[in-house]
Design a protein around this ligand. Structure first.
Ligand SMILES: NC(=O)c1ccc[n+]([C@@H]2O[C@H](COP(=O)([O-])OP(=O)(O)OC[C@H]3O[C@@H](n4cnc5c(N)ncnc54)[C@H](OP(=O)(O)O)[C@@H]3O)[C@@H](O)[C@H]2O)c1
Length: 200
């Protein structure tokens, strides 16, 4: 399969590339490095990516930012960041990518544990992650030509916690998180939110 991995240089994306690369042609995409570059917050940039890459069998998106912060601290701009980047960035990958994906291809987006298990400060991230999951469940119903659409919901990744100087004993190694992405791409389910805790 020809698989486009967006966010390929990131903590999760690197592990996804590692798990998919032995058996597939992986096109590595990120905002600053990689085989191709994209800014998922820009429709024009997404359109150019698909034009440049051409047809493909799967897109995995392990990119997208939203701001963590309290209700008192988050500004309009902070909320808008999550909406335009992590939410609509991934929604637009599906909307525009549908014209380029091969029959029986797939899209795998990324939400996160905060959609179901919020904590103080996660209002923007929880809102965005839950919206991604709602989009996936509904839009999957309208996919044609056997095209599938899922999201993976990661928990805190061990390497991320280490990089942030947090205790990482409760974190999940990125290689284990990647198993859920592999299942989404290689399996036959659609409209599903894959909880990484069910893998590995
Ligand atoms: N890590 C965790 O603990 C965790 C937990 C739950 C959910 N998640 C979610 O998983 C996703 C990936 O997280 P991560 O920790 O792997 O992130 P990361 O290490 O910060 O990597 C982000 C990746 O996305 C790329 N990127 C950044 N902005 C972009 C843009 N505007 N357009 C296209 N690509 C862009 C980066 O490219 P460059 O390197 O070129 O900038 C990089 O490859 C995020 O949506 C995050 O919310 C992560």
């Amino acid at each position: 399969m020809k698989i486009i991995v967006i966010g390929a240089t990131g903590t999760i994306g690197r592990a996804v590339v590692k798990s998919l690369a032995p058996d597939n042609e992986v096109v590595k995409v990120a905002s600053r490095h990689g085989d191709f570059r994209v800014d998922i917050a820009s429709i024009a940039s997404i359109r150019k990516l698909f034009q440049d890459v051409g047809s493909f069998d799967a897109v995995v998106c392990a990119a997208g930012v939203a701001k963590f912060g309290s209700l008192d601290d988050l500004s309009d701009e902070d909320y808008t960041l999550g909406l335009t980047n992590k939410l609509m960035g991934q929604v637009n990958l599906v909307r525009l990518g549908r014209s380029y994906v091969n029959d029986k291809g797939s899209f795998t987006l990324t939400s996160g544990v905060l959609s179901q298990h919020p904590i103080p400060g996660s209002s923007s991230l929880s809102m965005v992650n839950a919206s991604i999951e709602g989009f996936v469940r509904a839009a999957a119903l309208e996919m044609q030509r056997g095209i599938r659409l899922n999201a993976v919901s990661p928990v805190w990744v061990k390497e991320t916690m280490e990089a942030m100087g947090m205790g990482s004993s409760s974190g999940m190694p990125a290689d284990q998180v990647a198993l859920a992405y592999k299942e989404s791409v290689a399996g036959d389910r659609s409209g599903i939110i894959l909880d990484v805790r069910q893998f590995g």
